[in-house]
Write a protein that binds this ligand. Sequence first.
Ligand SMILES: [Zn+2]
Length: 280
Amino acid sequence: MKKDQLFTRRRMLIAGAAVLGAAGAAGTARVLTAEPAARPASVPLGQGPQLRTALKPSAFRLQPMAGYGPPRHRPVKTAVRREPILQMSGSGRRMVLTFDDGPDPRYTPHILSTLREYDVRAMFFVCGEMAVDNKDLLREMADDGHIVGNHTWTHPQLTELSRSAIRREIERTCEVIDDAYGEPPAWFRAPYGAWNRNTFKIGAELGMEPLAWTVDSLDWTTPGTRTIVDRVEEGAAPGVVILSHDAGGDRSQSVRALREYLPHLLDSGYHITVPHRKFV
Ligand SMILES: [Zn+2]
């Protein structure tokens, strides 16, 4: 019962989210727009951080942890795309923050706590081998209304793998997400942005849409917190999807950068949101 309440709350949170990739059908991705961010002259009122009121249903976490078995939900196949989605369509100053390669208990909790502080939802593209050891963090993501996507099990270059190896990487990760997060992922992202026909086909068979990004913060190169903040803020524009990382190395700069750019984006009138799958 607790779980049902949790999902209802999550759906309510997501109901207000933006619609991604309105074209929906197989075909072209949204074109990346490289225009500099247009900044508002003044900060709209009421756009700042809000107090978080809803608390977590902790009873859910006390349930015994079983091994992940067969998926409890049958995936609904999606159309096979030829390109990944790069940004959100639609109007409004909406942006999506995405964090890849985790969860990592050294960094992900800090990211989650900053997002919670500002009552913001984000996306986490997790690797199965990280998720299986950190299921509590996936449950926390579910409790907080974040979206968890599939980033393969071991983060390989999928374009160098056989069709069956690609499927194993992706399918197994779907299962652990289903088990820990409470439902299978609706989104996937190829490591290194290396997509091919098999990747799109298998993702679609497993009911996921391919999401890439518009702006790469390049935080994995550890260029310094200031540089990461600048890249995100200079790349900010309506519909933009930001790529950063909560694992895969020392991500303390990524953690600190989020604490800086998130309030700035909100003060600039951006609504940080998660995409809504229109065609599920
Ligand atoms: Zn990655």
